[in-house]
Write a protein that binds this ligand. Structure first.
Ligand code: CTP
Ligand code: CA
Length: 225
């Protein structure tokens, strides 16, 4: 229909979404993070709510306000995000992992402000947990959707992540050269565990959110039948 977003296609669903970057502290005044704005995840949260879902948004630090009628949980680090997601996942039917989770954190966080010393600084990092893979493997009935933002070999890398993380669907997009991060519009390809490949047209992140959720609805019902 013309007003796709007004169809209550997600009525009865609890949709869990992660968005934004994570922030990994070095010391009390410094941190490691990335350029994620959170816009895509917030747009999906708003769209899911308008499509009738109960929405829980677990967000890293962003400049965005919590959308109306959505339950927002603010976190900073990947470990905090995993904790919040794990607590919500078993109550949810769909998990959409739009957060740009920092792959690494400091092995040891300094409790006092670090002082400058010498001409170079070596930081030891350790890997963060994979929130999406952990959640998908712990909740086999949850419909899981990942994102893959890549500068190159987009489809190949996305396919690898779909399989490795045991997802139902992955949303792949090209970033770099003015595309993707911190932009208002986006173009994505969706890959499913059944081998489907859907290319969505370039559009605003608001419209794209509805388009992605329409594809989720289409394959969610296929999965259940
Ligand atoms: N993701 C996650 N937890 C992590 C890393 C990634 O939940 N620690 C999720 C992201 O939210 C996204 C998907 O996994 O939905 C793919 O993220 P991406 O960074 O592209 O994949 P990685 O497995 O981290 O691989 P790499 O960064 O090496 O390409
Ligand atoms: Ca990563």
């Amino acid at each position: 229909s013309e007003n796709k977003q007004l169809d209550q296609k997600l009525a009865g669903h609890q949709v869990l979404i992660t968005a934004g970057p994570t922030r990994e502290p070095l010391d009390p005044v410094r941190y490691l993070t990335n350029r994620s704005s959170g816009k895509m995840g917030y747009a999906i949260a708003e769209a899911a709510q308008k499509m009738g879902a109960d929405v829980v948004l677990v967000s890293g630090p962003t400049n965005l306000d919590c959308p109306d009628q959505i339950s927002c949980i603010r976190v900073e680090t990947a470990e905090e995000m995993l904790k919040a997601v794990s607590a919500e996942a078993s109550k949810s039917t769909i998990f959409i992992s739009a957060a740009a989770v920092a792959d690494y954190r400091l092995k040891e966080v300094a409790t006092k402000k670090m002082k400058k010393q010498g001409s170079s600084l070596h930081l030891e990092l350790e890997q963060n947990p994979d929130i999406l893979a952990t959640t998908s493997k712990a909740n086999p009935d949850l419909f899981t959707v990942g994102f893959a933002a890549e500068t190159n070999d987009v489809i190949e890398y996305a396919m690898g992540k779909l399989k490795r993380k045991q997802l139902n669907m992955i949303v792949a997009n090209q970033v770099g050269g003015g595309k993707g991060f911190d932009k208002d519009s986006n173009q994505v390809d969706i890959l499913t565990d059944g081998g489907d490949h859907i290319s969505l047209p370039e559009t605003s992140k608001q419209q794209l959110a509805f388009d992605i959720l329409d594809v989720v609805c289409q394959f969610y019902s296929k999965d259940q039948s």
